[in-house]
Design a protein around this ligand. Structure first.
Ligand SMILES: NC(=O)C1=CN([C@@H]2O[C@H](COP(=O)(O)OP(=O)(O)OC[C@H]3O[C@@H](n4cnc5c(N)ncnc54)[C@H](OP(=O)(O)O)[C@@H]3O)[C@@H](O)[C@H]2O)C=CC1
Ligand SMILES: CC(C)(CO)C(=O)C(=O)O
Length: 306
């Protein structure tokens, strides 16, 4: 299977690297600076599941890629618009896209741009980051993509992909209802990144302060209601179960948004909390806690906080 990875960053580079290791024909569609870095150092992964040093095949434009079966999208939401333009030629040649971004609105955007049949449902569970040298540092015990068809016409392709990835050093889970997984992750990450970033605390410290934990719980409940308003039913115990799971995380564990905040990098606030406020307005429901988190984080959207 021919795969194009767009954005050889912490997520795209990791999963692209694992597929390349497993024998997939992977091309990384990257921008100039990352192309140069990859040429000099190779694609380097440091991970508890095993390190890898690979020679990546890169392209600076989709026109350099003959055709591919699958595009894995690993850019941040604020780069999506530019990425869409750069990959358009691949869809004219019949590719499908598996987006791994956090958020929910990008699925509709991609479907509008490339058509419903081209866009698979997907999320990923991993904690990884790029260091100064561009190495991919994977630091937790999960490296999992959950994916699945958003239309009946994609079912066969998804089965083939599941089969092809068997044996790779990563988990690829074919979901029975990928919309539920997409909304569970979106609901979780919006509350989790919201409370950790707004409080400037890792989750274990959020748990220590009852009023701060209550903010997290309320945000989770509002996000569950929002999923319901969009026709996706999350478990009645979604908020409680999510909070229980947080006690199992190691000390200092926090969201990638909070980590970006600490580094003074741009934040995906408009695509997580901002999107929830927009979707709630359209659905005619209130999400006051999420709206407050949005207001507290929004001033740092373009970075600046250290
Ligand atoms: N990191 C994590 O642990 C997790 C992240 N996510 C989500 O995954 C998504 C990606 O995050 P992450 O991998 O951390 O981000 P990174 O910043 O590490 O990687 C994004 C990469 O995209 C590249 N890029 C941006 N625009 C383009 C473009 N037009 N063409 C080609 N490459 C481009 C950037 O390269 P450059 O700017 O150098 O050109 C960068 O290397 C986000 O939505 C994030 O929320 C989800 C789960 C976990
Ligand atoms: C919670 C986590 C690490 C799960 O993959 C994530 O998506 C994020 O912090 O952005």
């Amino acid at each position: 299977m021919k795969v194009t990875v767009v954005g050889a960053g912490a997520v795209g580079g990791y999963f692209g690297g694992r597929l390349q290791e497993a024998g997939f024909d992977v091309t990384y569609l990257v921008r100039e600076k990352r192309a140069q870095q990859l040429k000099e150092t190779g694609l380097i992964i440091r991970s508890p599941f095993g390190d890898a040093e690979l020679v990546p095949k890169t392209a600076l434009a989709a026109e350099e890629i003959e055709a591919c079966d699958l595009v894995i999208l690993g850019v941040k939401n604020y780069h999506l618009k530019e990425a869409i333009e750069s990959i358009r030629p691949l869809f004219e040649k019949g590719a499908k896209v598996l987006p791994l971004l956090n958020g929910i609105e990008h699925f509709d955007i991609l479907q509008r741009e490339f058509g419903e049949e081209a866009v698979l449902g997907g999320i990923c569970q991993i904690i990884s980051t790029l260091d100064r040298e561009g190495r991919i540092l994977h630091t937790n015990q999960m490296h999992e993509i959950t994916f699945g068809p958003l239309t009946p016409g994609q079912e066969e392709f998804c089965r083939q992909l599941e089969e092809a990835v068997e044996g790779a050093n990563m988990k690829l889970k074919l979901s029975k209802d990928v919309r539920v997984d997409m909304w569970s992750k979106y609901a979780f990450i919006t509350a989790f990144s919201g409370v950790t970033t707004a409080s400037r605390l890792p989750i274990n410290e959020v748990l220590m302060h009852e009023p701060t934990l209550e903010v997290f719980r309320l945000a989770l409940s509002e996000m569950r209601d929002l999923a319901g308003a969009k026709g996706v039913t999350l478990s009645e115990r979604f908020a409680d179960k999510t909070v229980d799971n947080m006690y199992r995380l190691p000390e200092g564990a926090t969201s990638s948004m909070h980590q970006d905040f600490r580094k003074g990098l741009p934040l995906e606030v408009e695509y997580l909390q901002g999107a929830a406020v927009r979707i709630a307005r359209q659905a005619g429901i209130e999400v006051p806690t999420v709206r407050t988190l949005y207001g507290l984080i929004k001033p740092y959207e373009y970075g600046g906080a250290k």
